[in-house]
Design a protein around this ligand. Structure first.
Ligand code: RTP
Length: 162
C-alpha cells in the first residue's frame, strides 16, 4: 500500500511546438523511458490560446506571457503524463534549466535547446515543459487530459518497475 502511494506520483510533460517541429518527441520520450518512468497518457494537440492562458495563468502578469501563449498555440504540442516515484522533481532534472543558456549538457534542454540570436525569444523556445510541483502537476493533468485518457497499467513481468 505504502509503496503504491510512492509510485503513483504523476507529472505533466509536454514537447513544445519547437520540439515537435524539430523531431524531438522520440528522444524526449526515450529519456523518460530510460529512467524507468511509465507513460500513462499521450496525445498530439494544437492548444487554443484560452487553454494555454489557463495553463500558464500563474505567469499572466509577465511581459513574455502574450508571446509565450502565441508560440505555444502555433502548432501541435505532444502532451504526456508520466508516472513513477519522485517523477515531478526527477522530470524537472531530466528537462534541465528553463533558460537554454543555463541548461547543463546531459539534460534535454542542455542537449537540444538552440540558443537563438533574438534575445527576447531565447528563453521561450526551450523544447519542453514539465510540471514544477505535485500540486501543479495535478492541475495541469486535469486541464490537458480527461480521466479516461489516463491508462492504468503495469509491466507484465517486472514487479519492481512502476
Ligand atoms: P516550463 O513551465 O515550461 O517547464 O518552464 P519553467 O517552469 O522552467 O519556467 P517558467 O518560469 O514557469 O516559464 C514558463 C515558460 O515561459 C517561457 N519563458 N520565457 N524571459 C522569457 O522570455 C521567458 N521566461 C520564461 C519559457 O518557455 C518557459 O519554459
Amino acid at each position: 500500500q505504502k509503496q503504491n502511494e510512492m509510485t503513483t506520483e504523476q507529472t505533466f510533460i509536454a514537447v513544445k511546438p519547437d520540439g515537435v517541429q524539430r523531431g524531438l518527441i522520440g528522444p524526449i520520450i526515450s529519456r523518460f523511458e530510460n529512467r524507468g518512468f511509465k507513460l500513462v497518457a499521450i496525445k498530439l494537440m494544437t492548444a487554443s490560446k484560452e487553454h494555454l492562458e489557463k495553463h500558464y495563468e500563474d505567469l499572466s502578469s509577465k511581459p513574455f506571457f502574450p508571446g509565450l501563449v502565441t508560440y505555444m498555440a502555433s502548432g501541435p504540442v505532444c502532451a504526456m503524463v508520466w508516472e513513477g516515484r519522485d517523477v515531478v522533481k526527477t522530470g524537472r532534472a531530466i528537462l534541465g534549466a528553463t533558460n537554454p543558456l543555463q541548461s547543463a549538457p546531459g539534460t534535454i534542454r542542455g542537449d537540444f535547446a538552440i540558443i537563438l540570436i533574438w534575445h527576447e525569444q531565447d528563453v521561450g523556445r526551450n523544447v519542453c515543459h514539465g510540471s514544477d510541483a505535485v500540486d501543479s502537476a495535478k492541475k495541469e493533468i486535469a486541464l490537458w487530459f480527461k480521466e479516461e485518457e489516463l491508462q492504468k497499467w503495469k509491466p507484465a513481468q517486472f514487479d519492481w518497475v512502476y
